[in-house]
Write a protein that binds this ligand. Structure first.
Ligand code: CTP
Ligand code: CA
Ligand code: CA
Length: 606
């Protein structure tokens, strides 16, 4: 279908009929209006030059020191004082030092073989070391936790390592009622009861609350200037100002307690909050009033908006021969959907400053943890894999144990090893991960070494360019008051322990899955068969295998159990749609590929 026109007509503010919503008592008094709440206020809080700030805090340096964080020869973070010398993330370390001879360059921490913890070593080399972002993850968690503690009724969603969305709607309503207690009761003479509009809002003192974006008008002399909105402030503006106060206080606390400066955007939804968070950086916040939305959005180059960068943005620019948000407003919903699919509704709405996505805390449980290393020099001898496996195991051990501090019963069901040759072929092996109380580097490395052996097989030489080691199926044991240790009876543990080939000191190597699957029979020591609790089949040793001492028999039976368990596990995996561990291209995974439709095809990497 060909459009008869190229969209360059002038947009009108009719696209924005909800900028001055009428706020009623019901709106103020309800806490469950969700994304359509006309009092909704969202913030995005982003840390300034985050990795650089973490290193500055760690080293207890003065904030005025020009500092960059280096990863091999590139820069991954540039402090604001260093930016004054014209240094950017694009620079190589050599050029950055030319621009600022006093520049402090800190190399990101790395793991090296044999070390349990990442460190700041003298000589780092991509051939022997692996980058560690653990410090940044920890500092990030501290910041998020401070925000959560400050807002018991707010919703906080971590959006990346250094930013979080905050839904201020509830805390703001609480503050509104605290400050204007008379609003808690609908007046007897209110014409529509709870659905009557609130009385006119009080004047707002925006001073000290950050940069306030106002509509821009072009005056007769062609100069642009900010103007006060026509109808005066609304209750939504009051809500924004309260959120701004709360945000300001939280940002000050983060700064004084942890040493990090942050920048925030405050607006009616996530999209707009994110967009205006970077309006003024560092250490500052920006408030986008509803009535400033059209003037703020129209001149923006839509391809600069995160969602509209890339292929979709290119396609839109080409199709309509335009570049700004304002230019695209003349494209009708039908038109955009017929070209880009039904889901293009969100493009249509974003362009109008509408975003219905919720701020929702992602489950505290990340389902997987992955450590990976692109090898600067391919591994050719199978025996050379071991050193990298230990390095990756050290990272996983640290991350799992960090996570266990707040979730003591967290354990990974599976350990997965991927190895890749270039971009073409990759192989992976996985196994049930044993439950152990102390997940040490050795425990992980032992499990991973076994996978490595399976993966490389009898090959005399290999050609491996990257290795990834992951825990998947991370879960918290939900056992009420019972601790995991108490869950397994001593007998179970002894039994399973004696049956496993590899043993780690005194740690019981018990697979929770197997315990769950197979109910031990009372005369288990002598048993030559077991009943699988999943398929209800009796699995028995073959005749010749049931002879010998009780220990030998028990061992054979255990092998059989574990093989049968693996069978179910493999089946479950094949049936699950768990994408938590990305399967690299060219992997042996046989999942059927569906051709993406509509807007989805713009997000597929070729
Ligand atoms: N980062 C990275 N690689 C990227 C983008 C970001 O390693 N391509 C890291 C940076 O080192 C950074 C952190 O992720 O410190 C957060 O990124 P971002 O917020 O984009 O930049 P900041 O360095 O925090 O700078 P700003 O003050 O502009 O937010
Ligand atoms: Ca940042
Ligand atoms: Ca960021």
């Amino acid at each position: 279908m060909n459009s008869p026109w190229k969209g360059k007509a002038k947009a009108t503010n009719q696209d924005y009929d909800d900028l001055r919503p009428t706020i009623t008592y019901r709106h103020l008094l309800s806490n469950n209006l969700g994304v359509r709440d006309p009092l909704r206020v969202i913030a995005l809080c982003d840390s300034d030059a985050f990795y650089a700030a973490c290193e500055r805090v760690r080293l207890e340096l003065d904030p005025s020191v020009p500092l960059v964080v280096q990863q091999w020869e590139s820069l991954i973070a540039v402090s604001y004082p260093a930016r004054e010398f014209g240094i950017s993330r694009m620079d190589k370390i050599k050029d950055a030092k030319k621009k600022c001879p006093n520049l402090l360059a800190v190399h990101v921490a790395t793991y090296k073989e044999g070390e349990k913890e990442p460190g700041y070593w003298k000589d780092v080399d991509t051939r022997t070391h692996k980058v560690s972002l653990d410090l940044y993850r920890r500092e990030s968690n501290k910041i998020i936790n401070m925000i959560k503690e400050a807002l018991p009724t707010g919703e906080v969603e971590k959006a990346s390592i250094d930013e979080a969305f905050i839904d201020f709607t509830r805390p703001v309503k609480e503050k509104l009622l605290e400050r204007y207690p008379h609003l808690a009761k609908v007046p007897a003479n209110a014409p529509n009861g709870t659905d009557s509009p609130l009385p006119p809002p009080p004047p707002i003192h925006w001073d000290d609350l950050g940069a306030v974006l106002l509509p821009e008008r072009v005056d007769n002399a062609g100069e642009q200037s900010n103007v006060e909105v026509d109808g005066g402030p609304t209750w939504h503006d009051v809500a924004l100002s309260i959120a701004a106060e709360l945000m300001q206080k939280i940002r000050e606390d983060i700064h004084s307690k942890l040493g990090y400066t942050t920048s925030a955007g405050i607006a009616r939804n996530k999209f707009l909050a994110k967009l205006c968070a970077s309006y003024k950086k560092p250490n500052s916040q920006t408030i986008l009033r509803n009535e400033a939305i059209p003037d703020y959005l129209h001149p923006l180059a839509f391809q600069k908006i995160r969602f509209l960068g890339g292929k979709l943005g290119d396609a839109l620019a080409k199709e309509y021969d335009v570049s700004t948000v304002g230019d695209l407003l003349t494209v009708s919903l039908d038109e955009i959907q017929s070209k880009f699919g039904e889901n293009a509704l969100w493009v249509y709405e974003f362009l109008r400053g509408i975003d219905r996505t919720e701020v929702k805390e992602k489950s505290a449980l990340f389902k997987s943890m992955l450590a990976s290393k692109n090898l600067p020099k391919p591994i050719t001898q199978p025996s050379d894999g071991h050193q990298w496996i230990r390095v990756l195991a050290a990272e996983l051990a640290l991350r799992l144990n960090d996570a266990r501090e707040s979730m003591p019963t967290l354990w990974p069901k599976t350990i997965v090893l991927h190895a890749r040759k270039g971009y073409e072929t990759s192989r992976s092996k996985q196994a049930t991960f044993p439950y152990v109380r102390n997940v040490t580097v050795d425990v992980i490395a032992t499990a991973a070494d076994k996978l490595w052996k399976e993966l490389t097989g009898d090959a005399k030489t290999v050609n491996i360019t990257s290795i990834q080691l992951a825990f998947t199926g991370l879960e918290m044991a939900e056992m009420g008051q019972k601790s995991i240790e108490g869950f397994f009876t001593t007998r179970d543990i002894q039994q399973q322990t004696s049956l496993k080939r590899s043993r780690e000191e005194d740690e019981p190597l018990v697979s929770p899955e197997n315990t769950d699957l197979f109910l031990p029979k009372s005369s288990d020591v002598e048993a030559v068969s077991f009943e699988c609790t999943r398929c209800r089949k009796t699995i028995a040793l073959r005749e010749g295998q049931a002879t010998g001492g009780p220990n030998e028999v028990a061992q054979r039976l255990a092998t059989l159990r574990s093989e049968h368990g693996d069978f179910h596990f493999a089946q479950d995996l094949a049936n699950s749609n768990d994408e938590s561990v990305p399967v690299p291209r060219g992997s042996s995974s046989k999942r059927k590929k569906l051709e993406p439709k509509g807007i989805a095809k713009f997000f597929i990497r070729k």
